[in-house]
Design a protein around this ligand. Structure first.
Ligand code: TMP
Length: 236
């Protein structure tokens, strides 16, 4: 089993470690939580363990459904072994319902359905506050090629269809989610990062109860309980 060696990068929610295999890295999931680009800081107890479990669940599900991704294994409670990718600095957000920044941008009430799913690109850059960009910006800035953007969009919408079906059966609406992609050693675009309540909005279909990080962002109750509850529903 691969072991962590040198720290490569520390982000807000995860630390990336090298392993003895140059093509594999370990993602270590932390309990620290931030919102509004680090303006609000806190800890959600055992978030790292829960997010590792939830991401493991989603990556395995997606692989089973033909969406290849960086997942290799889960060697420890907070560790995920993944393929090393050259990450593309884009946050790829898919939305089914107005919520969060989209609801604010268009003056819509949270929960208003969209007539079709949409995809948005945000340029990952803390100093600029991750600005929303379009395909032209992404290509002109050399962030990704048109072919890569087409592949990314196709994969992002496939993930959305799978999530709608699988979560729907668990009485959960997938409101929106953020994914990140990278290039493997052959230059192939692959889904990376994590898929967890930190970067998805999960609402109970009936009560509209939030089962995600919005509980932390907007002080809506116990984030620990929300994270435990979505894990419970997924693995029921
Ligand atoms: P937003 O409504 O705040 O733009 O967020 C859309 C989705 O993307 C939501 O599920 C949360 C996720 N997200 C991240 O994972 N990281 C971020 O930095 C932001 C702004 C959103």
């Amino acid at each position: 089993m691969e072991e962590r060696t040198n720290k490569i990068h520390e982000g807000k929610a995860k630390i990336i470690y090298a392993t003895h295999d140059p093509n594999q890295v370990i993602m270590y999931f932390k309990d620290e939580a931030t919102a509004r680009n680090g303006e609000k800081k806190g800890t959600i107890q055992d978030k790292g363990i829960i997010n590792n479990k939830i991401s493991t669940y989603f990556f395995k599900l997606l692989k089973d459904r033909g969406v290849d991704n960086h997942y290799i294994g889960t060697p420890d409670a907070r560790d995920m072994l993944v393929k090393k990718l050259e990450m593309i600095p884009l946050e790829v957000v898919v939305r089914n319902v107005f919520a969060g920044s989209l609801a604010a941008r268009f003056g819509k009430e949270e929960g208003t359905p969209l007539s079709m799913p949409i995809v948005e690109f945000y340029y990952k850059c803390d100093e600029l506050n991750d600005p929303i960009i379009n395909r032209y910006h992404a290509i002109a800035l050399g962030i990704a090629t048109l072919t890569e953007l087409n592949q990314i969009e196709h994969i992002a919408f496939s993930i959305n269809s799978i999530f709608k079906e699988v979560l729907g059966a668990k009485n959960v609406d997938i409101i929106d989610f953020k994914t990140e992609f990278g290039r493997d050693e052959k230059g192939r675009v692959l889904l990376g990062d994590e898929i967890s309540p930190d970067n998805c909005r999960f609402w109970d279909k009936d009560s509209k109860q939030r089962l995600d990080k919005d509980v932390f962002r907007h002080d809506l109750g116990s984030p620990e309980e929300a994270y435990q509850e979505i894990l419970r529903r997924l693995t029921l």
